[in-house]
Write a protein that binds this ligand. Structure first.
Ligand SMILES: Cc1ncc(COP(=O)(O)O)c(C=O)c1O
Length: 393
């Protein structure tokens, strides 16, 4: 079976260095906020091009800490602050808003980029809107110029959800360096992954950095003195040791992902009538956390049949994401109407993510493409045979 992701290949390639780093971290016994965390925070800040990087326990906590640092929680607002975001993302993006007592306000996406549709943002503004959380989905940066201009014009804070996009650039600058804060995940499957859970907040603001550092240790700047309710959310020193081994390789990992994507794009050209491959605007780089196609049909049963046929041919594919934020039970209190999100409703039926990881071989990719070709052939009648939607770029 060709997996969607095979972590063992990366581990094998770096095993000597990783094992050595793990043993040293274990022997140091400085497990909490030890020397590897300090060093990694500096190395990661240099990599992203920001003043501060602050390690924490997960990408989810990176978002919670960012929202609390900006005082978007119930502690600071009588009425819940409203935060604009995309429904087409992993649940952590909006779940964390609910956790701090803010209200997620979902805005539809733009089909080609899968990211927030800038044309829809204005309509979602209310006097209670305090922030916007754009998500660089699948590793493709959002249009940060437009987002920052919109945020500045309306007095909104910006938290970039960079969980899937470490190393991606917009106009020559790395994601996580545009907004007030950026949240990163080091979940093992991410472009830079550790051996468990881990995360990081980035910022250029000394004040926000101080607040995040305070909030990650129970709201405390001085031991046993607590100024507000925080979290216990540190990056483990052992995980930081792993990340320090991998970070110098991240550009190579991302370049390998881009090469895999380039081959898929090329080899899938004969299927252009049936599948739309990811497109990348000239002013940004895509780090392909996922390689996600759109099938040129909005009949989810066709996509599901294609997925099943590929599985039978030994190829794993995934659907990121089958249920948008506004349809999740956890957000039922928001009473959203799916009809207000036509682009997201179409995408949830169309998307199919193919195996993607730096070590995927050309032979494996050929098997994936052959399986897709044959699955499409078997399901031709389910396509509406519309040419691919016009690219907006
Ligand atoms: C877009 C997005 N945001 C946030 C997260 C949360 O990261 P973590 O799993 O490290 O908590 C993820 C993780 O999958 C993600 O994909």
């Amino acid at each position: 079976m060709i997996p969607i992701l095979d972590l063992s290949r990366q581990y094998q390639a770096l095993a000597t260095e990783l094992n050595d780093a793990l043993l040293k971290a274990a022997a140091s016994t400085q497990y909490i906020l030890g020397p590897n965390v300090k060093a990694f925070e500096q190395e990661a800040a240099d990599f992203i091009g920001v003043k501060h990087a602050i390690g924490c326990a997960s990408g989810t906590d990176a978002l919670v800490l960012s929202m609390l640092a900006l005082k978007l929680g119930t502690l600071h607002y009588g009425e819940p602050a409203e935060i604009l975001t995309t429904p087409f993302t992993y649940i952590a993006t909006s779940e964390t808003m609910a956790q701090v007592g803010a209200t997620p306000v979902f805005v539809d996406v733009e089909p080609n980029s899968f990211n927030l549709d800038m044309k829809q943002l204005e309509k979602a503004l209310t006097p209670r809107t305090k922030a916007i959380v754009p998500v660089h989905l699948y590793g493709l940066p959002c249009n940060m110029n437009e987002i920052m201009a919109f945020a500045n014009a309306n007095g909104l804070a910006v938290i970039e959800d960079c969980a899937q996009a470490m190393g991606a650039e917009y106009q020559g600058k790395k994601v996580g360096s545009f907004g007030d804060l950026g949240g990163f995940s080091f979940f093992p499957s991410k472009n830079l992954g550790c051996m468990g859970d881990g995360g990081m907040v980035t910022t250029n603001s000394d004040e926000l950095a101080e607040r995040v550092r305070m909030l990650r240790v129970h709201g405390s700047r001085q031991r046993y003195y607590h100024e507000e309710a925080g979290l216990n959310s540190r990056l483990d020193d052992i995980q930081a040791a792993v990340l320090r081994v991998k970070l110098p390789h991240l550009n190579d990992f991302n370049a390998a992902r881009q090469a895999v994507a380039q081959r898929y794009n090329e080899w899938l050209k004969p299927l252009a009538e049936f599948v739309t491959t990811p497109s990348v605007p000239a002013d940004r780089t895509h780090v392909f956390h996922q390689y996600t196609l759109r099938l040129n049909t909005t009949d989810a049963s066709v996509r599901d049949a294609i997925q099943a046929s590929m599985r039978d041919a030994g190829v794993t594919t995934m659907i990121y994401y089958p249920v948008p934020g506004y349809s999740q039970q956890t957000h039922a209190n928001l009473h959203c109407n799916p009809m207000d999100f036509p682009a997201t409703e179409a995408l949830r039926a169309q998307v199919l993510s193919l195996p993607m990881f730096p070590e995927l071989t050309e032979d494996e990719q050929r098997t994936v493409v052959t399986a897709l070709e044959s699955a499409v052939k078997d399901n031709v009648s389910g396509f509406n045979r519309q040419p691919a939607l016009e690219q907006v770029y």
